[in-house]
Design a protein around this ligand. Structure first.
Ligand SMILES: Cc1cc2nc3c(=O)[nH]c(=O)nc-3n(C[C@H](O)[C@H](O)[C@H](O)COP(=O)(O)OP(=O)(O)OC[C@H]3O[C@@H](n4cnc5c(N)ncnc54)[C@H](O)[C@@H]3O)c2cc1C
Length: 628
């Protein structure tokens, strides 16, 4: 992607797209300015050099179209680009370019709305100081980010001639366009629906672009038909061209989701994991696999360790395999999509180990990491307490310094699989100060004297939650992880691992796969809802891959992770609703599908709570937008 060119073009388009021209165009008149666009050669962006064109790559052309959208520019640039490049199939180019324009428009509508809500005062303060307004802004931001990722997806589809990726990108961006426009108008109040304000210059374009080159309904229907023909949503979502491209987020993107394509090596790895799982999980019925997260199998975890599919990114010196975060993503995607019983090793592999790698002493690393990598040592998270849920900093569990270590007193709550874990990474108070100060993390063996558990049975009758009581528990001084008093900063980086993975959108996928397998292929009424799921899933996957690339680069994608978790939870919770609504299309629904639905309906409420509730995530996004 040519960043310098994109920057120049963005400036040109912003300069030419004056309000007067936008108003003239929206009123049905002719907008001047086209000469400057053609003089820059933009209509020839897609055309080959032989035809006198610029022959730019797909990502650059889409970045130009995005800048066109961002400026609200009213010229027929996309149509001209396609006319000038007959070798580029219009059925792919048109929706891809429209996707990019929508993403640009959504960015501008978000920016206008941010500006307005920070300026307009009601009740003696800016609108943006109200939590309800902040949450709507956060939702707009997440949808805008999804539209941006949809451009990446469409670009990969264009480069790899994969119609489904282009279709999913266009459908997802179009849906985002509707949400962003609606929320923007709501937050602007009456002024936003007048011709006097600028907002309509952009929202009217957003509405129009939704229907250009196929509406959501058109593309959802085609995608859904393909899902049923393949008999799998997941197979469609993972059927990607092997391009090997890794495009960094474009300079100026508000949200960073680098676009990473599938490679041949990762596709091979995916096949290996699938073959392994097909054999390992053959005897597990789908309603059991639907509990993937709660499926606790030390045996299975050990087998993953033997294959090198735990601790994948860690150094070899501590038992790891020095693979990339993108390789790890392939493995965990496949585990979750298949509903593998991952609970035993999940927390240790995902967050305790990486935290120890970052902050642990060499002795702690040697004692814990190789055993975690073998799938033999399991951990639990000691954060929440009876009085500290969303407000984690309200925690009161305290470690008092004593000779040789600490004495811990307090209660932890909702501790998943504490009863089967070997150690807890405990967040507790070791000092005084403000709420976020004086906190530290200790690695506590679960067989420590004075540590008692009370099982808490969940709504399905299962035991994974626990209340963990610390009654003067002695913890040696060398159990301190990182620096004393640095617990808050450490726990925030731990939460970035917890929130950034595909477990945030794949935990109800088993139901979707069972549903697809049971639906007759000619169930036309199922096409649109299934296609919508496909579009969301494909964009979420690309966003997760972008985050893995950021983690790989040593960055902390906390804002991006909050967005993906929020969007992902909504996707996961939609699956049981869609399954219920499509059930009547199945003449004789198999008992296994009904049992899976029954289980998933009860799992669904948990997904927007664990790892940070929806409201807390929207608060984090709002802070990232600068309105909190
Ligand atoms: C399946 C599952 C597994 C879990 N595993 C663990 C674990 O292993 N270890 C661990 O430490 N914890 C664990 N938790 C706990 C989890 O982190 C908490 O449930 C979560 O932080 C919310 O706390 P709470 O349940 O006390 O809800 P509350 O904080 O009481 O919130 C209730 C509701 O009020 C909303 N709310 C609260 N404050 C605000 C505010 N300021 N503004 C707007 N809305 C607000 C919340 O969003 C939520 O909707 C788990 C939870 C679940 C569901």
């Amino acid at each position: 992607m040519d960043d310098v060119l994109i920057d120049q073009v963005s400036r040109l388009l912003a300069h030419e797209a004056t309000d007067a021209r936008l108003r003239a165009a929206r009123a049905g008149g002719r907008a001047d300015g086209w000469d400057a666009i053609t003089a820059a050669g933009l209509p020839l962006a897609l055309a080959s050099e032989a035809a006198g064109g610029l022959a730019l790559d797909a990502a650059t052309v889409l970045a130009i179209a995005r800048a066109h959208g961002k400026a609200g520019a009213p010229w027929p640039l996309a149509a001209a680009m396609i006319d000038a490049a007959p070798e580029c199939p219009a059925e792919l180019c048109s929706p891809a370019l429209a996707t990019a324009e929508i993403a640009g428009l959504a960015e501008t509508v978000l920016a206008l709305t941010l500006e307005w809500t920070q300026t307009r005062q009601q009740f003696g303060k800016p609108l943006s100081k109200n939590q309800a307004v902040q949450h709507s802004l956060a939702q707009m931001a997440a949808e805008t980010a999804a539209a941006g990722a949809a451009v990446g997806l469409a670009g990969l589809g264009l480069a790899g001639e994969n119609w489904a990726m282009v279709a999913a990108g266009k459908a997802r961006a179009s849906e985002a366009a509707g949400v962003v426009a609606a929320l923007a108008h709501q937050l602007h109040g009456a002024i936003g629906v007048t011709a006097e304000h600028r907002l309509h210059l952009f929202t009217r374009a957003l509405w129009a672009k939704r229907d250009v080159a196929g509406s959501e309904h058109d593309w959802h229907t085609r995608l859904g038909a393909d899902v049923l023909a393949r008999g799998s949503l997941w197979r469609l979502a993972t059927d990607e061209p092997l391009l090997g491209l890794a495009e960094p987020a474009t300079a100026g993107d508000r949200f960073r989701f680098p676009v990473v394509a599938e490679t041949a090596a990762r596709a091979d790895l995916r096949c290996d994991v699938r073959d392994f799982l097909a054999e390992e999980l053959a005897a597990l019925p789908p309603d059991v696999r639907a509990h993937s997260w709660n499926g606790h199998s030390p045996d299975f975890s050990r087998k993953l360790g033997e294959r090198g599919w735990l601790a994948m990114t860690w150094p070899k010196a501590v038992g790891g395999h020095e693979k990339s975060a993108l390789d790890r993503l392939v493995v965990i995607e496949e585990l979750l999509a298949a509903g593998a019983p991952v609970a035993a090793h999940w927390i240790a592999d995902r967050q305790t180990g990486p935290l120890l790698l970052k902050f642990g002493t060499p002795a702690q690393q040697a004692a814990y990491l190789p055993a975690i990598a073998r799938g033999e040592l399991f951990a639990c998270i000691g954060m929440s307490e009876p009085g500290a849920g969303s407000d984690l900093a309200a925690l009161t569990t305290r470690a008092r310094p004593v000779e040789g270590g600490w004495r811990v007193n307090g209660t932890k709550l909702w501790t998943t699989y504490a009863h089967k874990a070997h150690a807890m990474l405990l967040l507790c108070r070791t000092g005084e100060g403000q709420r976020h100060e004086g906190l530290s993390q200790l690695l506590v063996p679960m067989d420590s004297p004075g540590l008692n558990l009370r099982p808490i049975i969940d709504l399905m009758g299962e035991h994974h939650f626990n209340e963990v009581h610390f009654d003067d528990v002695f913890v040696p001084a060398d159990a301190l992880v990182g620096a004393e008093g640095n617990g808050w900063a450490q726990v925030m980086s731990e939460l970035a691992y917890e929130r950034s993975g595909p477990e945030r959108f794949l935990s109800t996928l088993v139901l979707a796969e069972e549903l697809v397998a049971a639906l007759p292929e000619d169930a036309a009424a199922a096409h649109a809802p299934l296609g919508r799921l496909a579009a969301h899933l494909m964009v979420l996957r690309l966003m997760a891959r972008g985050m893995a690339a950021l983690l790989e680069a040593g960055e902390d994608p906390a804002l991006e992770a909050a967005m993906v978790k929020d969007l992902g939870a909504t996707f996961e919770q939609a699956i049981p609703e869609i399954a219920r609504s499509l059930l009547p299309l199945i003449p004789d629904p198999p008992g296994s599908l009904l049992a899976t639905l029954h289980a998933t309906v009860q799992i669904a409420p948990m997904v927007s709570l664990r790892g940070g509730t929806r409201e807390i995530l929207r608060g984090i996004i709002a802070r990232g937008l600068g309105v909190r």
